[in-house]
Design a protein around this ligand. Structure first.
Ligand code: PLP
Length: 430
């Protein structure tokens, strides 16, 4: 299938090319030309995440050099099953996407992208994977590309604005992974990555790609777990499932919307944000007004200018259609804290601050008398955020073993000015 730019001024390309390019040459984001319709029956007999993913993603790779590798890429990237568990005893559910190597949902998309890029032609000059991170992306991408021949990773994170444990995780890979602590915020990191990708002179010397949530190679695979969870729910109850997705750059939420548009049994989609409320304001009828991010307890969602909004805008050129397709709710730091405390007290479940935004939105929906079958998407393991979570639950949150091993390694990050020329120089000298 051909992939086209949201800005419409770049030649259509195949899926592998779109994944290597990251950003389209006209500065737009790649989208598939069509979303094939699928019904639950099309997936009959398929229940593992990898098999659902392969079925779902095959049309996008038709006629692509990667097509024969797709089954193997899916088996590797989707090896960890995401549990769909009851959340309380009122029929609500939680989809836990944090059982991968770096304990956040981004492991799935990053592993798929890495599998696709590594299955391409062997490289003589290494490809540098550039990634701006507000915390979790960088680690997921680093884990996915760590020690893969032909690849280097450059991680940019805002110095002082990720949790100490996240910073350690970003700096502890070594080998072909380079961490940079940027004197700026996450939006600065994103701007630097976009500028480097648009710098033809730099790219001629240092082959670059991006692994941010703007990458189609992360967006498409994220549909898989929504497909699998909604199919499981459909098979047992014959009813569609609605999702509440903790959102920042809108990559995860958009993947859910795409899965719904492909015909999977998904009913409603509500985005939960932290106090960065660009999306809630827009969906409540206001203007779309991107602005600098403000720091919150759910720091991986501290985004003032959600990069995937451009895709949403492209999917629904008419605002009258876009607004009802989704809704979004903002959750304050106080509400995040209350929710973590309350859910721990009531259910003995420990939530990460991001997941808590969605759990809070669920409470609001139920209080308003909303019916339907709701699923809270759990995006990270709470042990990644001990400074926030442990005082609220009054105890230590045990680390998953993969995370524990990672944190036992020494960490290092290079300081970097929030300046395009400084990044270009650093990339040339890797
Ligand atoms: C990245 C991240 C989010 C936000 O996901 P987007 O795709 O950027 O909307 C939410 N929660 C956690 C834990 C994350 O790491």
């Amino acid at each position: 299938m051909r992939m086209i730019s949201t800005r419409g001024r770049a030649a259509p390309v195949g899926a592998s090319e779109a994944m290597v390019a990251g950003l389209a040459p006209d500065g737009g984001l790649y989208m598939p030309t069509a979303l094939p319709r699928r019904s639950p029956e099309d997936f009959s007999g398929l229940s593992s995440l990898a098999s659902v993913a392969e079925k779902l993603l095959t049309p996008f790779f038709q006629d692509d050099p990667l097509a024969p590798s797709l089954p193997g890429i899916c088996r590797a990237a989707f090896a960890v099953p995401p549990p769909l568990r009851a959340f309380g005893d009122g029929g609500d559910q939680m989809l836990e996407l944090f059982h991968g190597p770096t304990a956040a949902f981004k492991d799935y998309g990053a592993a798929f992208l890495a599998g696709c890029l590594a299955a391409g032609p062997a490289r003589t000059t290494p490809l540098t994977v550039l990634v701006a991170t507000s915390g979790d992306t960088g680690a997921a991408v680093a884990a996915a590309f760590h020690r893969r021949p032909g690849f280097r990773v450059a991680i940019l994170y805002p110095h002082g604005l990720v949790s100490p444990r996240q910073a350690h995780q970003l700096g502890c890979f070594g080998d072909n992974v380079h961490a940079f602590k940027v004197a700026g915020n996450f939006d600065d990191c994103q701007r630097l990555v976009k500028a480097a990708l648009a710098d033809d002179a730099l790219r001629a010397q240092v082959p670059l790609t991006s692994a941010n949530s703007i990458s189609l190679g992360r967006l498409l695979p994220q549909m898989a777990y929504y497909a699998q969870a909604s199919l499981a729910h459909w098979r047992s109850l014959r009813r569609p499932l609605s999702f509440i997705v903790p959102s920042g750059n809108l990559g995860n939420g958009l993947a859910c919307l795409l899965a719904k548009r492909m015909g999977l049994p998904i009913d409603r989609l509500v985005l939960a944000t932290n106090a960065n409320q660009v999306l809630p304001e827009f969906f409540a009828g206001g203007e779309y007004r991107p602005r600098p991010a403000i720091p919150t307890l759910a720091n991986a969602m501290d985004v003032g200018s959600p990069s995937n909004f451009e895709r949403l805008d492209w999917l629904y050129p008419d605002e009258q259609e876009l607004r009802p397709a989704l809704s979004a709710e903002a959750v304050s730091d106080r509400q995040i804290e209350q929710t973590i405390r309350e859910v721990h007290g009531r259910l003995q479940r420990v939530l990460c601050p991001h997941t808590a935004t969605a759990a809070h939105v669920l409470q609001r929906l139920r209080q308003r008398g909303e019916t339907g079958d709701w699923c809270v998407v759990a995006t990270a393991h709470p042990a990644k955020f001990p400074d926030v979570v442990e005082p609220l639950v009054g105890g230590v949150v045990p680390l998953p073993p993969a995370l524990e091993a990672m944190l036992a390694r020494p960490a290092h990050a290079e300081p970097l000015a929030a300046d395009e020329a400084a990044l270009a120089a650093a990339l040339r000298s890797l």
